[in-house]
Write a protein that binds this ligand. Structure first.
Ligand SMILES: C[S@@+](CC[C@H](N)C(=O)[O-])C[C@H]1O[C@@H](n2cnc3c(N)ncnc32)[C@H](O)[C@@H]1O
Length: 238
């Protein structure tokens, strides 16, 4: 089973399932920017797949025809809105046929799909992107909102990753943030075409490792990427 490639499945489930505290952080300025960005990108989308959804929607689901939300801990069945469905599943092996969706959204999930080594983290991030590409119809788009870091903090993470994974067994899952270039290179290797890359304004405070920090004390650089699976343009939803 490919969820075994993720060393932090249980800590992710324990931390995010029914985590009201996490949902409250969505009020912070940065996540309000993200909400606006996501809503702009989703307008007119027909079939949306929201991976690592967390069990809640930070956007108006009426903007899309239908949304399928998938996460490690969701139960298969109808979602809270009439045009929504919940599915249990892993980003590493999405439980959907090829070319099933017009748009795939991932918000702050790549850095949670962590393996036992830095190399495994990169492998998992690539596999997530490959799954996004596979599930998209030709002409469909991937919308990625992700917390990234610069090259210097990335080197520090590489050194600290194994010891931290060994020592930390509870609480917030161990995460591993990539640089924007690493995500983009991996996406392009599957055939994705870049349409937009921007940094999201951080605001004064950010959520890092389950705590609210003054943004200036964190290495996080949230980004927006819009990627296209090449193909004929898809019709917009009515
Ligand atoms: C930081 S939260 C993001 C939640 C939501 N997307 C948002 O932006 O508010 C990370 C989410 O990724 C989920 N997750 C972690 N590993 C996953 C995997 N392999 N497959 C699917 N979801 C995963 C966690 O359960 C959690 O809900």
């Amino acid at each position: 089973m490919s969820t075994r490639q993720q060393a932090t499945v249980d800590t992710n489930i324990n931390w995010f399932q029914e985590n009201e505290q996490y949902i409250k952080t969505q009020r912070l300025e940065c996540y309000q920017h993200i909400k606006r960005i996501v809503q702009r990108e989703l307008r007119g989308v027909g079939d949306l797949l929201d991976v690592g959804n967390g069990g809640f929607f930070n956007y108006d689901t009426s903007l899309v025809g239908h949304v399928t939300a998938v996460d490690l801990f969701l139960r298969d069945g109808p979602g809270p809105m009439p045009n929504s469905t919940f599915r249990q599943g892993s980003f590493l092996e999405l439980p959907f046929a090829d070319a099933s969706f017009d748009c795939v959204l991932q918000q702050n999930v790549f850095h949670h799909v962590t393996g036992r080594t830095v190399r495994a983290n990169h492998h998992n991030m690539r596999q997530c992107l490959g799954e996004m590409f596979r599930c998209l119809r030709p002409g469909g788009k991937a919308v990625i909102l992700e917390s990234t870091v610069g090259p210097f903090f990335y080197l520090f993470e590489c050194v600290a990753y194994r010891p931290v994974l060994f020592l930390k067994r509870r609480g917030h899952p161990v995460t591993f943030q990539f640089t924007p270039r690493q995500i983009l290179r991996a996406a392009e290797s599957f055939g994705f075409v870049l349409e937009e890359f921007t940094f999201v304004p951080r605001g004064w405070f950010l959520n890092q490792l389950g705590y609210i920090w003054p943004s200036i004390l964190t290495p996080a650089k949230p980004i927006k990427l819009v990627l296209r699976r090449p193909g004929p343009a898809l019709a917009a939803a009515a």
